[in-house]
Ligand binder design. Structure first.
Ligand SMILES: [Zn+2]
Length: 117
């Protein structure tokens, strides 16, 4: 049975989208980020065999990547720091570290981007 596990983070950042009529001015966002992993539960005899991954380990792995965005000017990391590019960057930096299923990146409230395997 496919099982998913998720953790959520919150970051603050600033960015400018060059050429955009509204977002071309320096502004900031508080963003929620949800990361999900997916796998088959083994259900062995230890607690480790009864979870996809320890939440604490998952949070540590994710935060090692996501913290690079926090309180940062994202134009120093991306030419176009759109939700799509930010979510994609998180996905690419996590996919070798955890059994990643999806990254959901909220730009403020009510707007999001999902990158999936
Ligand atoms: Zn913005």
């Amino acid at each position: 049975m496919k099982t998913k596990l998720g953790v959520e983070f919150e970051i603050d950042f600033s960015h400018i989208l060059k050429g955009h009529p509204k977002c071309g001015k320096l502004h900031g966002h508080t963003s929620r980020i949800q990361v999900e992993i997916m796998g088959d539960l083994v259900k062995g005899s230890t607690y480790q065999d009864n979870m996809l991954m320890d939440f604490a380990d998952m949070k540590t792995q994710c935060w090692n990547v996501i913290s690079q965005l926090d309180h940062n000017d994202l134009n120093t990391m991306f030419e176009y720091p759109t939700s799509e590019n930010i979510a994609g960057w998180i996905f690419e930096n996590l996919e070798d570290k955890i059994p990643l299923s999806s990254v959901k990146f909220y730009e403020g409230n009510g707007k999001w981007c999902i990158v999936e395997k």
